[in-house]
Design a protein around this ligand. Structure first.
Ligand code: HEC
Ligand code: HEC
Ligand code: HEC
Length: 264
């Protein structure tokens, strides 16, 4: 079942009515807008709201059985240049694009402002040893039993010690949350290499007609705090295969697909 959310928008008119004509307040009926929200790669972390790009052309088509995005009207919607990745520098600037993670992270932007600002809690940690942090666990339940690395890595192996809205590379330099590949790649070099080459992960769009390609970044698929999600699932819930798509109008069956187009 696609998630349908009814959002009631009181017309802005209602707010202004008092200042203009008194009668308007009653006329300002409430408008109902039905929203369909589905996810791209990780439920709860890569949601997209369905809307029309042009009349009749949706930005995405959502699976009614899994809530997953099945098709894109515009694969580059909301994407930005990927930024520098070692060995991908031959691709012209802006041709390799990604969807930024930052806007999906409700806490990240406030980390340095409200909490880890060097005043409260006092100073910044001097080591990476695990310490219990009940406040964090309440806010981010996934970190309660940090499975990543099976107890051998901790928050500050990934998060910058003094700049909490950043990740951290092997030199201790900050890495944007929008470029998790630069973080993950420091320990998973083989996966970074495969991802760069398009063997691991996913890319959509094609260079030939648009000159662009969208890469999905590591955290769109993997939850960094719970990569295992139980020994069995390893982070991924198996989906039941979808039925085949509807045949184009006028086509009776898809038997032609079984015949090789080139005689051999
Ligand atoms: C393996 C690397 C890694 C480790 C270890 C790790 N994190 Fe994270 N954390 C990340 C990444 C990457 C993101 C951004 C996730 C995304 O884009 O979905 C993140 C996001 C967060 C956020 C922001 C969540 C939001 O929704 O705004 C918080 C808070 C956080 N981590 C806290 C912690 C704490 C506390 C620990 C230690 C107990 C920890 N992390 C350990 C990599 C890590
Ligand atoms: C500081 C090193 C380090 C960083 C940074 C790191 N990982 Fe890991 N990761 C590990 C270790 C160690 C393991 C456990 C390997 C094992 O147990 O065999 C692991 C395991 C995994 C697994 C496999 C889980 C399983 O058991 O099947 C995935 C998936 C994964 N990491 C993804 C990521 C992603 C995505 C990022 C970036 C957000 C990342 N890692 C960043 C060290 C790291
Ligand atoms: C489009 C989704 C997607 C993206 C993007 C993605 N991965 Fe994966 N990754 C997967 C899937 C699916 C698996 C297989 C999980 C399984 O074995 O059940 C996997 C497996 C892994 C594993 C475990 C492999 C093993 O041998 O057990 C690691 C480590 C990993 N990914 C790291 C990364 C890193 C690092 C990035 C970014 C550079 C990345 N992934 C990007 C979907 C993705």
């Amino acid at each position: 079942m696609a998630m349908n959310r009814i959002v009631r928008h009181a017309l802005i008119l209602a707010a202004c009515a008092g200042f203009s004509a008194p009668g308007l307040a009653q006329d300002a009926e409430k408008k109902e807008v039905k929203e369909t929200i589905c996810f791209e790669s990780r439920k709860g972390a890569s949601e997209v709201t369905k809307r029309e790009i042009r009349p009749g052309l949706p930005n995405v088509k959502c699976s009614p059985t899994t809530d997953a995005v099945l098709w894109y009207g515009d694969p580059y919607e909301d994407t930005v240049p990927m930024g520098k990745v070692p060995l991908l520098d031959k691709i012209p600037e802006g041709h390799a694009v990604v969807k930024p993670r930052t806007e999906k992270l409700s806490l990240a932007s406030t980390c340095t402002l409200a909490c880890h600002n060097g005043v409260t809690p006092p100073g910044f940690p001097k080591h990476k040893k695990p310490i219990p942090i009940p406040t964090m666990e309440a806010m981010v339940p996934d970190v309660k039993d940090l499975q990543h690395g099976r107890g051998r890595i901790w928050c500050l192996d990934c998060h910058h010690p003094t700049r909490r809205d950043k990740l951290v590379d092997n030199f201790g330099d900050p890495v944007s949350l929008d470029q998790p590949q630069l973080l993950c790649g420091k320990c998973h070099g083989d996966k970074l290499r495969d991802w760069r080459d398009g063997i691991h992960g996913k890319r959509i769009g094609e260079f030939a007609s648009t000159g662009k390609k969208r890469w999905f970044v590591c955290t769109e698929c993997h939850n960094p705090h719970d990569v295992q999600n139980g020994a069995h699932q390893r982070g991924f819930t198996q989906l039941k295969p979808e039925p085949p798509p509807q045949l184009p109008a006028g086509m009776k069956d898809a038997r032609h697909e079984k015949v090789h187009p080139i005689a051999h």
